[in-house]
Design a binder for this molecule. Structure first.
Ligand SMILES: Cc1cc2nc3c(=O)[nH]c(=O)nc-3n(C[C@H](O)[C@H](O)[C@H](O)COP(=O)(O)O)c2cc1C
Length: 247
């Protein structure tokens, strides 16, 4: 295999969490597969997920803060905030990006949402013509690995936990928007203690070991994964509507 580099964007505040254990599995397995691996540990590095004027020292418009305007201006004047520039440099090196996070309120934690808000700089990592299948990150792969509190049975169509595809739609579609080929997500369900345990401790522990092994096996075969299907420019008419609905 040619030299490959992976970035794991790790989003969990607790180093002893199951999410952290899955990040360690990914780090070790990808290294065994010949990847070099970087980890962006968002909480440990105290990434600031709130976009706002305080990040911009050289403003295009000092009177009124426009997030998109200032992002574009910062990119064109080489004044992108230092922490964002560090994340962009990490992303640029990566052939594969793994996002590891727990499902919080039927989506990604605010920390990770804010990382997207700030790091994927308008006018730099996407423009009106550089997106979707013509996106900046075309040719690179991304995969979400998530944990849920609710058990697997709660995530089928119409179930109370919500369908995992819907829960991950905004993040996976954003990755497609940026040009990534998005692989199907990995989900470890029913990771829960502290009064919400759905089963006794022994079977919880067995499930955890099983999920670690399953994630490892999945990572060992990532090359053979078929990316999720999304529409691209050729599928839309000039108004951005689908020419035909895909079945
Ligand atoms: C703020 C918050 C919101 C949560 N929302 C959900 C949810 O919508 N669906 C779900 O299944 N679990 C939910 N959970 C449970 C977490 O997904 C679960 O605790 C986590 O996946 C366990 O992994 P960890 O031990 O690495 O934290 C939530 C937990 C927190 C703290």
């Amino acid at each position: 295999m040619a030299y490959m580099h992976a970035l794991i964007v790790h989003c969990h505040p607790e180093p002893a969490s199951f999410n952290s254990a899955l990040t360690e599995v990914a780090r070790a397995t990808l290294r065994e597969q010949g990847y070099s691996v970087d980890v962006s540990d968002l909480y440990r590095e105290k990434f600031d997920p709130c976009e706002g004027p305080e990040h911009y020292t050289h403003r295009e418009d000092g009177a009124k803060f426009s997030p998109l305007g200032e992002q574009r201006y910062a990119f064109s004047t080489n004044t992108v905030p230092e922490d964002v520039q560090r994340e962009i440099s990490r992303l640029i090196r990566a052939d594969l990006v793994v996002f590891q996070f727990p499902i919080w309120w039927h989506g990604q934690p605010a920390m990770l949402k804010g990382w997207f808000d700030r790091v994927f700089v308008s006018g730099g990592l996407y423009t009106s013509t550089m997106r979707y299948d013509r996106g900046y990150f075309r040719g690179r792969k991304a995969v979400c690995s998530v944990t849920t509190g609710a058990p697997e049975i709660a995530f089928g169509p119409g179930s109370r936990g919500g369908e995992i595809e819907r829960i991950l739609w905004s993040i996976q579609y954003s990755l497609h928007y940026l040009g990534f080929r998005v692989l199907s997500p990995f989900a470890a369900f029913g990771i829960q203690g502290h009064g919400y345990a759905y089963s006794d401790e022994d079977s919880n522990n067995r499930r955890l070991i099983l999920y670690r092994d399953t994630w490892k096996e999945r990572l060992q075969q990532l090359d053979r994964d078929t990316p999720l299907e999304f529409q691209g420019w050729d599928d839309w008419n000039a108004d951005g509507r689908a020419k035909a609905v895909r079945t």
